[in-house]
Ligand binder design. Structure first.
Ligand SMILES: *[C@@H]1O[C@H](CO)[C@@H](O)[C@H](O)[C@H]1NC(C)=O
Ligand SMILES: *[C@@H]1O[C@H](CO)[C@@H](O)[C@H](O)[C@H]1NC(C)=O
Ligand SMILES: *[C@@H]1O[C@H](CO)[C@@H](O)[C@H](O)[C@H]1NC(C)=O
Ligand SMILES: *[C@@H]1O[C@H](CO)[C@@H](O)[C@H](O)[C@H]1NC(C)=O
Length: 422
């Protein structure tokens, strides 16, 4: 750990400020203090956050995980759909994964919250962000699935049903991989680390999502430059810069910066959590509970911030069986113990969960959305620095429902390797 002064940023501050002023000088509105937009509903009581934080912890307890990324909303919705076709302890274990510590709004079920959030999220496609996504339940030589289950899981949770071919596990893997690639619009995805051995009667849950946020205010393209990112390996990457008014909080005790950046038209926002100093995320990963994260989000207030972010992609291929088992989902995997009687009348001793696979990709770029947005002038005064040249945690939340769309970590930014210059 070595505190450094981002010298270049100090020099370029007047430039960023000047750019901000010229951009806004066409408007005649006098400089007024920025009025913060209303906050989305809080994370506590939301099933996507409850599952998301626990799953993140489980994934990150494996210290070899790098650039973890997943969509808690997608995983939670698909497990919710599966819960609708389960009974007995299989069903209760699935429900427990979606349980929140504080009760949700009176009279709302986890399933309804997730279904509403999925709708809200999909509707924002094309304004606040570009999105490719699909969820599917693949089945291997399974008995006929009941129409009621197919209809319900499609309508509520956007879960499609697809049979796996008759081939061996290699063929299954190729089919699943091909599905993910096509959902992600042709993006090259990393192969699965674990092998999928789908026995007859296996159900494989697959989620794929590719996300590119469009900022409410774009990063200046002119001030983009090459800098060092101090991740797992030191690399040279392009970084983008912007000065503006953002919700921001510094937790002095835990030495963490919290920054929330709205996306175009305010339908979603990106939250970044970063340790003060260059550090791996191990300490922060352990610190991160839903309660602490909620507190941080509540404490942010409108502050002048100079932001420097790497232009980078986080892409992740995950098999979640181990983590979900650790979180209490045990019966579903076992042919004898699993009870998916709501999925098929001939499920007994056959239908079981054979895998939960997840492909996710997030692009961090400079662009904002397009159109006539009435953006207030920003007064930059004694700005804070958010200089993201080292690993950070990234979270995307839906504004209308507050649901957790994406959660991940940038441990490593792809770029030309740097050899121990520092
Ligand atoms: C989002 O919009 C794009 C462009 O209109 C479209 O290709 C894509 O399928 C949409 N994604 C979803 C999940 O509907
Ligand atoms: C964001 O959510 C808040 C709280 O639900 C709401 O008041 C506001 O209108 C929403 N903004 C947009 C742009 O949807
Ligand atoms: C934001 O909060 C910080 C710390 O609580 C405080 O020092 C600062 O004055 C606040 N800023 C505004 C604009 O309310
Ligand atoms: C991120 O991925 C997109 C889409 O594949 C690509 O166009 C872009 O160049 C990538 N950015 C970086 C920094 O690798």
């Amino acid at each position: 750990m070595h505190p450094r002064l981002p010298v270049y940023i100090l020099i370029s501050l007047p430039v960023l400020l000047a750019q901000g002023n010229t951009a806004d000088s066409s408007k005649k509105t006098p400089a007024a203090p920025a009025s913060p937009p209303p906050r989305p509903p809080p994370p506590l009581g939301d099933p996507s956050w409850a599952l998301g934080l626990r799953l993140y912890q489980a994934l990150r307890s494996d210290y070899s995980s790098v650039n973890t990324l997943f969509s808690p909303l997608l995983v939670a919705s698909s497990l919710g759909a599966l819960g609708g076709g389960a009974a007995g302890t299989t069903a209760s274990q699935l429900q427990d994964l979606l349980k929140t510590t504080t009760p949700a709004k009176a009279g709302t079920h986890a399933g309804d919250l997730l279904s509403g959030a999925l709708k809200s999220f999909t509707q924002a496609n094309g304004t606040s962000f570009h999105l490719h996504t699909s969820s599917a339940l693949f089945s291997k030589q399974a008995p006929a699935v009941t129409q009621a289950f197919v209809k319900d899981s499609q309508a509520k949770f956007r879960l499609q049903h697809q049979p796996l071919g008759k081939g061996d596990s290699k063929a299954d893997l190729m089919q699943l991989h091909g599905w993910a690639k096509s959902v992600l619009g042709g993006l090259e995805v990393a192969p699965l680390a674990a092998l999928i051995q789908a026995k007859a009667g296996a159900l494989i849950l697959a989620n794929a999502l590719r996300f590119k946020g469009l900022w409410e205010r774009e990063f200046s393209v002119d001030s983009t430059d090459r800098r060092t990112f101090l991740g797992k390996k030191y690399t040279k990457v392009m970084m983008m810069h912007r000065a503006g008014q953002y919700r921001y909080h510094e937790d002095m005790e835990n030495m963490v910066q919290v920054l929330e950046m709205p996306l175009w038209e305010g339908k979603a926002s990106v939250v970044l959590l970063m340790p003060f100093h260059v550090d791996s995320l191990t300490r922060m990963d352990k610190l991160l509970t839903l309660e602490l994260l909620s507190k941080w989000l509540e404490k942010t207030n409108m502050t002048s911030v100079i932001i420097s972010l790497p232009i980078a992609n986080i892409t992740s291929t995950l098999s979640l069986q181990k983590q979900l088992t650790a979180l209490g989902l045990t019966d579903a995997w076992d042919q004898k113990a699993a009870d998916f009687s709501g999925v098929s009348d001939k499920s007994k001793g056959k239908l079981h969960l054979g895998g939960v696979l997840h492909w996710a990709s997030l692009e961090l770029a400079a662009q904002a959305g397009k159109g006539d947005a009435e953006l207030e002038e920003e007064n930059i005064d004694k700005p804070k620095m958010f200089y993201a040249d080292h690993p950070f945690i990234i979270v995307v939340r839906d504004n209308a429902t507050g649901a957790l769309l994406l959660m991940g970590a940038l441990d490593h930014a792809e770029g030309e390797a740097l050899h121990d210059e520092l």
